[in-house]
Design a protein around this ligand. Structure first.
Ligand code: FE2
Length: 427
């Protein structure tokens, strides 16, 4: 068992300063001022920087990540060309290559303080290569990342031959969550039917649901209403997530005023993917061009739990990204215009506590008794962390430091000015 770890003189996200945190046997034992030093403890001076629970990504595609350029790049940059491109790549995939790319991404994630990821995995391939690869990766990274897999029928569970059979085979192999993509089925009616079938499957197996839902600019794409209905009918409250929900951006306001309470009543979580949807949506518009991201502040105000996902990193849909959930949150903040102090803190929550609720993580947080998983960020508040995409000075898992980064600073050579800047500023 590792030695106890004592962090001295940290700031907490709620603004308390001069706080110590003691981790022992994989759990947070105490948080408060002037804690005693246990025998043989490793002691680290936080220098007043902020402790944070780890970042959590509620929506990712680890089977496609780091494949940018294979077999070619997405010329139009659209969702549909991305899906077609993924279809070209699938026959060329090998399990070894999938595992190597996923493990490489997990290294980035750890360095960025991202210690829990829900990833969709395409099940529309009879070989289930990606499923087997990511099940292997889930075990490999278990000591340092909680990886949750969603059985995702990319080509439509009713539209693609054998997709339902393969989805159930994936669940039999140990995939955690039931996925879907109702807006990609052949008709609205098929989309609604897919939601019913998949929710019933999840209820029968005692699993959670996370559907790509209404990732469209079509205001009449209303599968989220059906998802909330079946969640309510089957008693799946708190266990179902609607991902993307971009059609809500374009919906009639009167209809949305009916829809939001239905989502809230069913306890359906929402995930927006700001980097991807600001890029993919509105592609059929001239000007004005819609932003396309779902209605984040309105859903939060209605009492709906909203998380932000990274969705893609260097794949057929998105050429950029590095596993930085602060970049994701900052983009969400801008697109949703959540620039108030409360709004910015909500965006920080959207990549930490809100996503932890979506994944159903137990023992997440900075309170005594929680898992000793936390970060030391080079910032003194969540807002400063967002503004600076703050350095992850320490990444701690189960009470052990698993990644370190140096403080970000620059030296200056200017007459009459300080010789060093670190971009922080007390507000
Ligand atoms: Fe996605």
């Amino acid at each position: 068992m590792a030695a106890p770890l004592l962090i001295r003189n940290a700031t907490l996200p709620d603004g308390r300063t001069g706080i110590d945190l003691l981790a022992r046997d994989g759990r947070i034992e105490a948080v408060g001022p002037a804690l005693g030093t246990p025998e043989a403890a490793e002691v680290i001076d936080a220098g007043g920087w902020m402790l944070s629970p780890p970042f959590v990504d509620a929506h990712f595609h680890m089977d496609a990540t780091l494949s940018y350029g294979l077999p070619r790049v997405n010329a139009s940059g659209t969702l549909l060309e991305g899906i077609a491109l993924w279809g070209e790549l699938k026959p060329q995939l090998t399990q070894d290559a999938l595992v190597v790319r996923a493990l490489d991404y997990c290294d980035w994630a750890v360095a960025q303080g991202l210690l829990a990821i829900r990833t969709h995995v395409d099940v529309c391939d009879d070989r289930l290569l990606a499923v087997e690869a990511l099940l292997h990766v889930r075990e490999r990274v278990r000591p340092y990342i909680d990886l949750q897999l969603v059985a995702f029928p990319q080509d439509g569970v009713l539209r693609a031959p054998r997709a339902m059979v393969n989805l159930q085979r994936a669940l039999d192999l140990g995939v955690d969550v039931v996925g879907g993509i109702p807006h990609f089925e052949r008709t609205m009616a098929d989309g609604a039917e897919s939601v019913r079938l998949l929710c019933e499957l999840a209820a029968a197996r005692g699993l959670r649901v996370d559907m790509h839902c209404d990732e469209s600019d079509d205001p009449l794409s209303r599968h989220i209403e059906t998802l909330a209905f079946h969640t309510q009918r089957l008693g799946l409250h708190g266990r179902v997530t609607g991902s993307h929900l971009t059609s809500m951006h374009s919906m009639d306001n009167y209809y949305v005023s009916k829809l939001l309470p239905l989502i809230r009543e069913a306890g359906v979580h929402a995930v927006a993917n700001p980097l991807i949807n600001i890029t993919l949506q509105g592609r059929h518009d001239s000007y004005p061009r819609r932003r396309g991201m779902t209605r984040v502040p309105e859903m939060l105000a209605a009492g709906i739990n909203v998380g932000f996902g990274h969705d893609c990193v260097m794949d057929p849909w998105y050429s950029l990204g590095s596993g930085c959930m602060l970049e994701v949150a900052a983009m969400g903040l801008h697109v949703a215009q959540m620039t108030s102090q409360q709004g910015m803190r909500q965006c920080f929550d959207a990549v930490t506590v809100n996503n932890a609720r979506i994944l159903g993580l137990e023992g997440y947080g900075l309170e005594p008794g929680c898992h000793a998983d936390f970060l030391l960020l080079q910032a003194r508040s969540p807002v400063e962390a967002l503004r600076l995409r703050a350095q992850r000075l320490l990444v701690v898992r189960a009470g052990t430091v698993i990644a370190r980064s140096p403080e970000r600073t620059a030296t200056l050579n200017l007459p009459g000015r300080p010789d060093r800047v670190d971009f922080t500023r007390q507000t």
